[in-house]
Design a protein around this ligand. Structure first.
Ligand code: CDP
Length: 221
């Protein structure tokens, strides 16, 4: 079978950046599963759906066409939602909140399973998300769970938002992160938790290169 490295963890643990760099390093494909939930949340919003209407959002998840379009050098993948380049919209906090809302609907998650399994192609796959090692690729030979303290994740987020010129406080960000952690870990479907065999990597105080090196040792000891 094609090898899979699953990288799960909470918001702000650095999963996105780490997964991209590890995939590049290994020459493996990348699945950004969060982008799929963001795309469905975005499509549902664009269609004027009530995000708590499970049936309507599920139909939306079943019919939305999501395509990843890598750029020539692979550094800037664009995400097409029903043919529209929604890359920038998908990065917003609004899209993140919509994703988190629709991600708690079990049939929505079910509708995205096949699509995710389809990313498993030679020579290998790095799968980034919340339930990659527990639900989508339970047989993956390599599993990592990234964590960092809420304070550290709030600090990283604060830096990103400041660079964008946004006016936020560190304390309010940390409260939001703790609330989202609690919601993600306590939801009924696919609650965020490490697979029992996952290697836990606490990235508090580590820089990106150090985390990438550590994660690579899981695949290439
Ligand atoms: O890193 P961040 O949480 O900001 O964003 P993301 O990874 O793009 O995920 C956005 C939301 O989608 C999360 O808050 C989760 O609720 C949901 N999600 C999920 O339920 N399962 C996944 N495999 C990936 C994301």
């Amino acid at each position: 079978p094609v090898p899979v490295l699953t990288i799960d963890g909470p918001s702000g643990s650095g999963k996105g950046t780490i997964s991209r760099q590890v995939a590049e390093h290994l020459g493996w494909r990348l699945l950004d599963s969060g982008a799929l939930y963001r795309a469905v949340g975005y499509a549902a919003g664009a269609a004027g759906l009530d995000l708590s209407d499970a049936e309507a959002v599920t139909r939306c998840a079943q019919t939305t066409k999501i395509r990843f379009q890598p750029s020539a050098d692979g550094s800037d993948t664009r995400i097409l939602v029903n043919g529209h380049d929604a890359t920038d919209e998908l990065r917003t906090e609004t899209a993140g909140a919509a994703a988190s809302a629709i991600a708690s609907i079990a049939p929505v998650r079910q509708a995205l399973v096949e699509l995710q399994l389809g990313f498993r192609k030679a020579p290998g796959l790095v799968a980034d998300g919340r339930d990659m090692g527990t639900v989508i690729f339970p047989d993956a030979p390599f599993k990592v769970f990234l964590t960092a303290s809420a304070a550290e994740r709030a600090k990283r987020r604060y830096k990103q938002l400041k660079e964008k010129g946004l006016n936020v406080t560190l304390a309010s960000l940390q409260r939001e992160i703790e609330a989202r952690d609690h919601r993600d870990a306590s939801r009924a479907v696919a609650p965020l938790r490490p697979a029992p065999e996952a290697v836990l990597v606490d990235t508090t105080g580590m820089d990106i290169d150090q985390v990438v090196a550590k994660v690579l040792t899981v695949v290439q000891p």
